[in-house]
Design a protein around this ligand. Structure first.
Ligand code: ATR
Length: 283
């Protein structure tokens, strides 16, 4: 990569950022498309977020920014406008500079849907889906599923009150979608979700080798598609059990790649080199 007087800058705002695959993925995208830009991780604590956004505003050669934990919600009031997706989720993962203004977008939900279609040949329209978890990732996924026409969402979370809040938000935005809440604990069974077609894990359980199972994975019926947003490790115990039972299953790599590809397209106006981005992340 050559940096010269014409190089544009893109940033990842987060804390921590050292584990992120996004710099390698976007470097590969710039290189494959000949875009003269650099993508830099910017580790900053919440106390410095507003100064960082002011810094972005000062940069005439800003290409854009990604936003990750813990800043996705906190950055909202610091921006000039939100896309309808970011507005509905209440969180931003992509900042786009437009005519001197900073626009907050969210490509997580759309990235999730693209990966679901590509890897599991799944379109959510008319389906019953179980979403495990009720944090920021669950919100993006559940909103995208409802937007895409899912019939019924069951939100299963360890802390039921958190799932109730997300359910109320979903019902307000997508009254056509039936939303139910269940408490997720080790004795939870997939049979509590009749006619389930897709199960999505948005919790952090499975990230660490010793994590006890979220529920009895042997209760997965063979017709259920299983999506785990975790991509490192590439195969969580949930995914391993799902495949052992004959279910089609996919990890979170596709969502990571597609949310990044959509951000690249918003920043550059060019089609993203999705395969080059995927290869970079897999490496
Ligand atoms: P993110 O923004 O990545 O979704 P988060 O907002 O911290 O992260 O949410 C983490 C999710 O993982 C939550 O749904 C959390 O459940 P609680 O709401 O009950 O905290 C879930 N989670 C984390 N550790 C868990 C565990 N050991 N068992 C079950 N769920 C867990």
């Amino acid at each position: 990569m050559r940096i010269d007087g014409h190089t544009k800058l893109a940033f990842l705002l987060g804390y921590p950022v050292s584990h992120s695959a996004s710099p390698a993925m976007h470097r590969a995208a710039f290189s494959a498309t000949g875009v003269n830009a650099a993508y830099l991780p910017w580790a900053l604590t919440p106390a410095h977020l507003s100064a960082a956004v002011a810094g972005l505003r000062s940069m005439e050669n800003l290409l854009g920014a990604n936003v990750t934990v813990p800043h996705k919600g906190a950055i909202v009031p610091l921006l000039d406008a939100l896309t309808p997706e970011a507005e509905a989720i209440g969180a931003v993962n992509t900042v786009i500079p437009r005519s001197g203004r900073l626009i907050g977008d969210n490509t997580d939900g759309a990235g999730f849907l693209l990966a679901l279609h590509e890897e599991l040949d799944c379109r959510p329209e008319g389906l019953t889906v179980a979403v495990l978890g009720a944090g920021g990732a669950a919100r993006a996924v559940a909103m995208a599923l409802a937007q895409a026409g899912a019939d019924r969402l069951v939100l299963a979370n360890r802390t039921a009150t958190r799932a109730e809040e997300l359910a109320a938000h979903l019902r307000r935005h997508h009254p056509h979608c039936e939303v139910a809440v269940q408490t997720l604990h080790p004795s939870w069974r997939v049979s509590q979700v009749p006619e389930i077609r897709l199960l999505v894990n948005t919790t952090s359980v499975g990230l660490h080798p010793g994590d006890p199972p979220l529920f009895d994975y042997d209760s997965l019926p063979v017709q259920a598609l299983v999506s785990d947003l975790i991509y490192r490790p590439a195969e969580t115990p949930l995914l391993r059990a799902a495949r052992r039972r004959g279910c089609s299953a996919a990890n979170g790599l596709g969502m990571l790649v597609h949310q990044g590809a959509l951000a690249f397209e918003r920043w550059t106006g060019k089609p993203a080199p999705v395969q080059a981005m995927r290869d970079a992340v897999e490496r």
